[in-house]
Design a protein around this ligand. Sequence first.
Ligand code: 13P
Length: 341
Amino acid sequence: MGAHELKAIAESIVHDHKGILAADESTSTIGKRFDAIQVESTEESRRAYRNLLFTTPGFEEFVGGVILYDETIRQSADDGTPFPALLASKGVVPGIKVDIGAHPLAGHPGEVVTFGLDGLPERCAEYFTLGARFAKWRAVITIGSGIPTDGCLRANAHALARYAAICQEAGLVPIVEPEVLMDADNSIEVCYEVTTRMLTAQYEALDEQRVALEGTLLKPNMVISGKQCADQAPAARVAELTLDCFHRVVPAIVPGIVFLSGGQSEVHATENLDAINRLDGNPWPLSFSYGRALQASALEAWRGDSANVEAAQATFLHRARMNTAAAAGEWSAQLEQAVTA
Ligand code: 13P
């Protein structure tokens, strides 16, 4: 598959202010989400929950791609249709998480590097036959005393770049996700500095590994105050510093930027995305690839009870609609209320 075909897939995912549903929680992560709503995590309960999300009537108006997990890409809807075929029939592009998680980086206390390059060409080839047309690999960068080191940034950027090159050879659009965690007590300025360092290293590594940038999507954190920081920057400042950073280091040829939510509340993630899209002059669509910020209320509404499926689907549809409005810079607190009422 050539770069122009990968570009067409990437563009179709973010077309018309649509975004991505990150439903690629590993078995252990979805287990934690289910624990919080007292639902036992079994292969069938995980399938039933993903079935609820993917059969939500009309969600394809707001969601252009769904990231699946290895178990989920092999599962089917209630009527027996494999999930990738169900999504594709709605014009939603199926994607797949291909990394195998973050592990301690030798020689770098407190820092991690993402594993999963061994056997990746073969796994990508299988995922393509199962219907995947894009992939995700997440690097995790921690802010702390003396970290991140350049050694950690460069190791993660290199792994992401090798992953991206392998995906493109297999016909998958790589989502490049170098996530700077939002959990510490750092100021927004420190997040700006670290995100700029990481993205600079990232685009150098992608260039070195001969990745066709027009056939990729970037999935970054927003530039934001750490969750434990006493001084929380408002949405307008988040937008200003996020875009200042990207304009310096993200090439204009990248066909889309889709943010992770990173533990922000659902409405905060929407409000910040909206503020970002109210500023003009950006060469890329700026949209969402949210996990928690698209699913938290829907999970609460469901609680594992089939009698709650319709209510949970309505909740999920509302969040997807709000985030598409934010990707157009047309969200407001009034819209949030008006549609829920
Ligand atoms: P959150 O939006 O919950 O951060 O998850 C997005 C994701 O896919 C992280 O890799």
